[in-house]
Ligand binder design. Sequence first.
Ligand SMILES: Cc1cc2nc3c(=O)[nH]c(=O)nc-3n(C[C@H](O)[C@H](O)[C@H](O)COP(=O)(O)OP(=O)(O)OC[C@H]3O[C@@H](n4cnc5c(N)ncnc54)[C@H](O)[C@@H]3O)c2cc1C
Ligand code: SF4
Length: 330
Amino acid sequence: MREFTLIRARSAQEAVQAMAAHPQARLMAGGTTLYDLMKLGVERPPAIVDINGVDELGAFDTSGARELVFGSLARMSDVAADARLVRDYPALSESLWRAASQQLRNMASLGGNVLQRTRCAYFRGGEPFACNKRAPGSGCAALEGIDRGHALLGTSPHCIATYPGDFAVALVAFDAVVDVLGPGGVRTIPVEALHRLPGERPDIETTLAPGEIITRIRVPATKLGRASTYHKIRDRESYAFALGSAAVALTVSGGKVEQARIALGGVATKPWRARQAEQGLVGRALTLETALAAGFAAFMDARPGHHNAFRIELGARTVAEALMTAAQRT
Ligand SMILES: Cc1cc2nc3c(=O)[nH]c(=O)nc-3n(C[C@H](O)[C@H](O)[C@H](O)COP(=O)(O)OP(=O)(O)OC[C@H]3O[C@@H](n4cnc5c(N)ncnc54)[C@H](O)[C@@H]3O)c2cc1C
Ligand code: SF4
């Protein structure tokens, strides 16, 4: 590993100042992704700003009548086990439980989870492989390589890397926002607008401005929370990223769907909200048939590559299964 300067921030403001003083610095929360990428040589920051001593970022409160508030440094395992979340927003809790391992969840933060980078093997593999995300303009080895785990939605001719996280998918289903602090002050970004499509610049992954840090994640309180779930299909039942996942939520009135939320994970270049599929369910009774129709509608724009077409049906069935589970919770 290369040498780097370690700066321990004691407040969010101090972290922002340190980032401004070291423009190539990386923020470190749990470090479970950042150190990984540094060991692989994919990330080579000359300075690291450690926020683990910033208590104000670690708290969370799920008791509010209007919104749930999570400090960006709140640990995944603490939030996953929160009694109100488990009862009233199971999709949020399940998306955390089904990520990584208990040891990782104990260390990893919500902010770091949301901002984790792709697991594309060509990106992580380093210099032997062309990768526009790691080395802009070098090409994309995945386009003619093994793309079994690559994205079906939101791809570009420059990058087909999947966004790998689970929690952000559930956040997108619930219209969550992040509060960020930077040299320009405080602003709020919908989680759906936080991750960028790859377009011509897959190396620019988020809409955060240089030096901005996430301080809080806020989820509007909603009656959609109770009948919600996060389903995740993977090669093995733990310690694996999604081949396809779905965060869904429902309200049902008089036997008909009143509101539906569907967000997809593991299949797109960013957490993916499937609004057309949601609309198709409104006013209809939820049956296996209508649930499957919604599942396939969510993948209407899918563009498979060489080895990943099987994940269209897998993804559609994951959505359908999740909807049927959510319906049992209404
Ligand atoms: C073997 C393995 C399996 C895994 N499986 C899954 C899985 O199934 N599902 C899943 O979702 N995740 C999975 N993960 C990823 C894991 O959840 C992430 O590593 C973790 O959530 C990152 O959190 P962290 O606090 O350690 O982030 P860090 O490693 O500290 O940071 C990650 C990135 O976010 C930035 N960052 C962190 N906090 C902030 C902030 N407040 N503001 C701005 N930038 C910030 C950092 O600069 C860095 O670029 C897995 C990881 C491993 C190693
Ligand atoms: S898919 Fe994206 S991350 Fe993977 S090699 Fe291509 S450009 Fe790099």
